[in-house]
Structure formats: C-alpha cells, structure tokens
Design a protein around this ligand. Structure first.
Ligand code: SF4
Ligand code: URA
Length: 194
C-alpha cells in the first residue's frame, strides 16, 4: 500500500468511529467516501441520506443513480473518481447540516482533499459549493448563476479547478436542471481530458 492509501484508510477508520458531533449518535453508518485515491477529480455532496446511512457508501440512493448516469455520459465510473460529502453522518430527516455540524466534520473533508490532491473539485449542490468556494477564498454566489463555471485556486500542491454543479437530486424533479447538469458534465469532461 502507498503512504497515501494507508493515510486515507486510517482517516476513513477515524470517521467511522467519530462521535465529534450529535449526528454521530443518530447514524446507522458513517459515510467516509468511496472511489479512487488517485483520482484527479473529487465530487463533494452535502451529506448521507437514508440509503447512504444504511450502506455506509455515498450516493447509492436515487440521486446516486443520476450521478452514475452523469459519470457514464462522460466515460467515467465511480471507481475512477472519489466521491464524498461535507458531513459524513446523516442529518435526521435529511435536513441541512447545522453550522456546528459542518464545523465539526469539515476537517475530515479538508484532510481528504490534502491527501488525494485532486486537480478538479466538483461541489454538488449549493451547500457544498458554499463550503468549497469559501475554503479556497471565493465568495459563494447563487448556484443558478455559477453552476458550470470554473474557479482556479492555488494550493500548496498546485492549482485546483473548482466547478460547482447542481445537486443530482434536483434532476429528479426538474428536467430543465437535469439538462444543465448534463451540459456541465460535458465541460467537466474537457477539463478532465486536459
Ligand atoms: Fe463525526 Fe462528522 Fe459524523 Fe459528526 S458528522 S460524528 S463530525 S463523522
Ligand atoms: N445526497 C448527498 O448530498 N450525498 C449523498 O451521499 C447522497 C445524497
């Protein structure tokens, strides 16, 4: 095992046992993330839902099916990318995570980013967009305005491109936004290739 995958495994084990915030008491399973530690692209959702909590894996419910389709449309599969969330345990009734919960949990995401060193981060939905843009020094804007746009951040390990997109769950009830998601994924494909 490489140093990176050992560190990632150790981090995932810490997350699975974590009780740093109240969500830890309510979950069935924590959901650290899944996919390739060597991935150039990292997808960041909001938090586990019912099925993710049941299975301990990100995006395995209905929104996950949409994400699979979008990945497939650009020649990717989930084992080639890394997928995780801002909070690793399910907020009850799928409510938004509180500020305290995000504060408690986001250091894990920060460490995942530092270990994987992705070239592209794709925040899925507005909460993730807000967290990631702020983290890299940008002001969040309405997702309707900036989805599919790219932001270039400098880090200690080089340049990262951030491209927020709508959350795949919106595609389930708003066909217009599904088309926008498909368009944005085409852009992602071009970035991914270069
Ligand atoms: Fe720990 Fe994050 Fe789960 Fe809270 S949500 S218990 S901080 S892993
Ligand atoms: N929605 C999310 O934001 N994340 C998941 O893992 C599943 C649904």
């Amino acid at each position: 095992m490489t140093g990176k995958s050992e560190s990632m495994k150790r981090l995932e084990e810490r997350i699975i046992k974590c009780r740093k915030c109240p969500l830890g008491e309510l979950r069935t399973n924590a959901v650290p993330g899944s996919g390739s530690y060597e991935s150039k692209v990292m997808f960041v959702g909001e938090g586990p839902g019912y099925w993710e909590d049941q299975e301990g894996l990100p995006f395995v419910g209905r929104a996950g099916k949409v994400l699979d389709e979008l990945l497939e449309s650009i020649g990717l599969t989930r084992d080639k990318v890394y997928i995780t969330n801002i909070v690793k345990c399910r907020p009850p009734n799928n409510r938004d995570p509180t500020e305290e919960e995000v504060k408690a949990c986001s250091p894990y995401l920060d460490m995942q980013i530092d270990l994987i060193r992705p070239k592209i981060i794709v925040p899925l939905g507005r909460h993730s967009m807000a967290y990631i843009l702020r983290k890299f020094g940008f002001d969040p804007e309405p997702i309707s305005k900036i989805h599919g746009k790219t932001f270039e951040a400098r880090t200690l390990f080089g340049k990262i491109v951030i491209m927020p997109v709508y959350h795949p769950a919106v595609a389930l009830y708003r066909p217009q936004l599904k088309e926008e998601l498909q368009q944005d994924f085409k852009k992602l494909k071009d970035f991914y290739r270069n």
